[in-house]
Design a binder for this molecule. Structure first.
Ligand code: S3P
Length: 453
């Protein structure tokens, strides 16, 4: 795909259904009794993978444009598969399905593509083993061979990695455990599973205290089907929001967008960088906050030198030193921005002082090593970047120049650097651009529909 520089972005869009919520809707509906109608199901390849994995396990699914119906088999009605279950590129499919299969009284094998087979699975294997499932893997990587146990043992597990996938896998297993399963997180991660279980009427408690959050489910649980409507994907919208924010004169509205606070930190981050964003019509639909976002572009950052996030006192005199202080993103903000960090690095290259991202080593365990991949491609476009074990620092503002981008099969890198291509001088070639279909098959078409040159 060749991306040409753009003058501005103008238009109104809606995003396809949220990928994280769609995976959960399909799996939780499959564990319910009765038929659930899911509207605005994600168009991503990853969510199609989840549907075919569930079909392989004996769940009847009908697909219509914009709608999927799922005939639940309850928590114990899944059928053994003849072949290994192929989770493709999708970590969410593998880690959540592992939680469901941990209680099925048969042996299953979960596998995936080369990227997924290289990703860490010990984080989900260990708690599921503690619950009584027998799981073998090749050194903590897929293929995973799972022999379920019913009922599972209820456990209290403190997450060792801030991961919503692991939390969700354990909670889904907890639905087939005898007693209360507690998952404790020290950094809040996306809470779609908790909200959706509550929507389906599963008793669930969430308690905050002493810097920790504990989520408790009671098993064994039986629950009935309930229709669900999926909001637009905020992680997909982020590319459009960034592009509009960075191109002066742009004006973009995105309606029906998921605004769950554990996912929407990107909007706050953009605001604190000085970009203009408005929210309107915010309401809850199916337990998920949803609304409309309006963005007006003004190019680089409006933030004045004294306003860095590095807690500078108002009275601090503006000196050349301050110019070099970058906006820092780290700590508890990281899990809530995890999928937007490569894009924020691109945005960082356009703001006064640049951006520093730290305590984000998890990025190396995504569909690609997203730290190395972002650093390499930003450098290819002429940005000055420093790489750390746990993050990166990019200097800004920089005039990016068109380059050949190799996203290494990673959809989020391909999209982040397409945005970079819009603000660069010259043409940018995105190799292997089809990989965007993993989360957002319509990406380039929608982008073309709102770009003015
Ligand atoms: C997801 C959680 C995140 C995120 C991924 C989707 C989810 O992964 O990066 O794209 O749907 O739960 P981790 O939970 O491993 O951080």
């Amino acid at each position: 795909m060749i991306v040409h520089p753009a003058k501005l972005i103008r238009g109104r869009l809606t995003m396809p259904g949220d990928k994280s919520i769609s995976h959960r809707a399909a799996m939780i509906a499959a564990m319910a009794t009765g038929v659930t109608r899911v509207t605005n199901y994600s168009t991503s390849a990853d969510c199609a993978t989840t549907l075919s994995c569930l079909e392989q396990l004996g769940v009847h699914i009908e697909r219509r444009p914009g709608e999927v119906t799922i005939r639940g088999v309850s928590t114990d009605g899944f059928r053994q598969t003849k072949e290994p279950i192929d989770c493709g590129n999708s970590g969410t499919t593998m880690r959540l399905l592992a939680g469901i299969l941990a209680s099925q009284p048969f042996k299953s094998t979960l596998t995936g593509d080369a990227s997924l087979r290289s990703r860490p699975m010990a984080r989900i294997i260990e708690p599921l083993r503690m619950m009584g499932a027998s799981i073998s893997s090749s050194d903590g990587r897929a293929p995973l061979v799972i022999e379920g146990q019913r009922p599972l043992k209820a456990i209290k597990h403190e997450l060792t990695v801030a991961s919503a996938q692991v939390k969700s896998g354990i909670l889904l297993a907890g639905l087939s455990a005898a007693g209360q399963t507690h998952v404790i997180e020290s950094q809040v991660t996306r809470d779609h599973t908790e909200r959706m279980l509550d929507w389906f009427g599963v008793p669930l408690a969430v308690r905050d205290g002493e810097g920790l959050r504990a989520i408790t489910v009671d098993g064994p649980a039986r629950f009935a089907a309930r229709d669900f409507s999926i909001p637009g994907d905020i992680s997909s919208a982020a590319y459009f929001i960034a592009a509009a924010a960075l191109l002066p004169g742009s004006s973009l509205e995105i309606a029906n967008l998921g605004l769950n606070p554990t996912r929407a930190l990107f909007l706050e981050e953009m605001r604190s960088l000085g970009f203009e964003l408005e929210l309107a019509d915010v309401r809850e639909e199916c337990n998920e906050p949803t609304g409309r976002v309006v963005i007006h572009g003004h190019g680089g950052c409006r933030r004045s030198l004294g306003e860095s996030q590095e807690s500078l006192a108002d009275t601090t005199p503006v000196t050349l030193e301050l110019v070099r202080i970058s906006t820092a993103i780290h700590g508890a903000r990281i899990p809530q921005l995890i999928d937007e960090l490569p894009l924020l690095a691109v945005v960082g290259s356009q703001i006064e002082g640049g951006i520093e991202i730290r305590e984000a080593a998890e990025l190396r365990a995504k569909e690609s090593d997203r730290i190395a991949n972002t650093v390499e491609n930003l450098r290819a476009m002429g940005a000055e970047v420093e790489e750390f074990k746990d993050g990166l620092r990019v200097a800004g503002p920089a005039q990016l120049r068109g380059a050949t981008i190799d996203p290494r099969g990673d959809h989020r890198i391909a999209m982040a650097f397409s945005v970079a291509g819009l603000i660069a001088r010259g043409e940018t070639e995105i190799k292997d651009a089809e990989c965007v279909a993993v989360s957002f098959p319509e990406f380039f078409e929608l982008l073309e529909s709102v770009v003015e040159r």
